[in-house]
Design a protein around this ligand. Structure first.
Ligand SMILES: Nc1ncnc2c1ncn2[C@@H]1O[C@H](COP(=O)(O)OP(=O)(O)OP(=O)(O)O)[C@@H](O)[C@H]1O
Ligand SMILES: [Mg+2]
Length: 367
């Protein structure tokens, strides 16, 4: 009986010995007290020699019971275990499966969200590109229309302006001989001469914008073009207290470009930088090699460009300056585009601006 009492199966499994009438002979939870309960005989008292049943045990718990008749004695050996415990691996397997299913659904949701996010981003990017193209088309249409008007007007003004200049020159000569003329008149004549020069330079700008000269492509070194351009404005920079930092990449390959036109591009950008720093500051010019391009960066620590104006700075005649024509950047952009390059701007109001000119290394075919 001790052997039977010692039988333990999992946490809830126990073994009993029951006599023919259904009394417990060994019952560990009850200390071996007989229990007058016939119903405890397996299969209601008419059992086979052995078998397995699922039923409620004497405590009312659902158990799986395995029984076997002990030969000769006529007793029953019962081994029971709570159904709950027996099936718990199954339940935990079910729970695990449920968890796995839940995780799979979660992963599927996350993945599909990520994929749709990527798709949305790709579509947005395409839209932005289309918008940019659209903007470029409108820009070049605007340029073409304005160019025709500007060229017409500029041409009409150029000839009379030339004869005015000649006239003033001879008046000045005449006055030079009459020493008794008052100084005020001499000053006025100087002012008129300066204004004529200014108009002439504006006209020249108009024409170079409206009727850009046919580019003359040759192998050029961007660094040397930059140093030549800088020499034109060095004095101006010094006078204005502007510091210059140059970082020119030494191993730049030559590219096909129009020397004079590219000088014009860099001059226009550098002049803007100087004008953006009336109280001094710093200009940084660097060159570098990119993926099939030469990149020129021109940064200043000037006033910067307000966000709402950034879209318009390349528009012909857009200016925020009292004496600006608003043509500097549109001329520069026109030239760079003819070189199949591009100009980008990064700017923060009050901090400064950076103009990035990218020029392709591939040979440019004249258009
Ligand atoms: N480096 C810069 N910092 C701040 N603003 C700038 C800078 N470069 C350009 N801008 C802005 O862009 C506008 C257009 O420049 P753009 O060179 O085309 O014409 P402009 O300088 O006004 O006239 P012009 O070139 O005939 O003297 C400028 O009036 C200015 O407001
Ligand atoms: Mg300018």
């Amino acid at each position: 009986s001790q052997i039977v009492a010692d039988i333990k199966l999992g946490k809830t499994g126990k073994a009993y010995l029951i006599n023919e009438e259904g009394y417990f002979i060994i019952s560990p939870p009850f200390g071996g007290r007989p229990l007058k309960d016939k119903a405890y005989i397996p299969d209601g008292g008419h059992p086979g020699k052995s078998g397995i049943v699922e039923r409620l045990n004497y405590c009312g718990k659902r158990v799986l019971c395995v029984y076997r008749k002990v030969p000769r004695l006529g007793w029953w050996l019962l081994v029971e275990q709570d159904t709950e415990e027996i099936f718990s691996p199954l339940y935990s397997l079910r729970n695990k499966m449920f968890l796995i299913a839940l995780i799979s659904v979660f992963i599927a949701v996350v993945v599909s969200l990520a994929v749709s996010d990527l798709l949305i981003k790709a579509l947005k990017h395409r839209d932005e590109k289309l918008e940019e193209k659209q903007r470029q088309i409108t820009q070049s249409e605007k340029l073409a229309a304005l160019g025709q008007v500007a060229a017409g007007v500029a041409h009409e003004i150029r000839n009379p302006l030339a004869s005015i200049k000649v006239g003033i020159h001879s008046i000045q000569k005449e006055i030079g001989e009459k020493l008794d003329l008052n100084d005020e008149i001499r000053e006025d004549i100087e002012i008129i001469k300066k204004d004529i020069d200014r108009i002439a330079s504006i006209i020249a700008r108009f024409l170079s914008f409206a009727r850009p000269a046919e580019p003359n492509y040759e192998p050029i070194n961007v660094n040397s073009i930059l140093t030549q351009t800088i020499s034109l404005v060095r004095t101006k920079m010094k006078e204005q207290g502007i510091q210059l930092k140059l970082s020119l990449s030494e191993d730049l390959p030559p590219l096909m470009g129009d020397r004079e036109q590219l000088k014009q591009v860099f001059l226009n950008i550098i002049l803007n930088a100087i004008q953006a720093m009336p109280n001094g500051g710093k200009i940084e010019i660097s060159t570098g090699l990119g993926d099939g391009i030469v990149q020129v960066k021109i940064s200043d620590t000037g006033c910067g460009i307000p966000k709402d104006l950034k879209e318009r700075i390349f528009d012909p005649f857009f200016t925020t300056k009292d004496d600006g024509t608003g043509l500097g950047l549109s001329i520069a952009q026109g030239i760079v585009e003819r070189h199949r390059g591009k100009i980008e701007v990064v700017s923060e109001e009050g901090k400064g601006s950076t103009f990035i000119v990218s020029l392709p290394l591939k040979e440019v075919k004249a258009r």
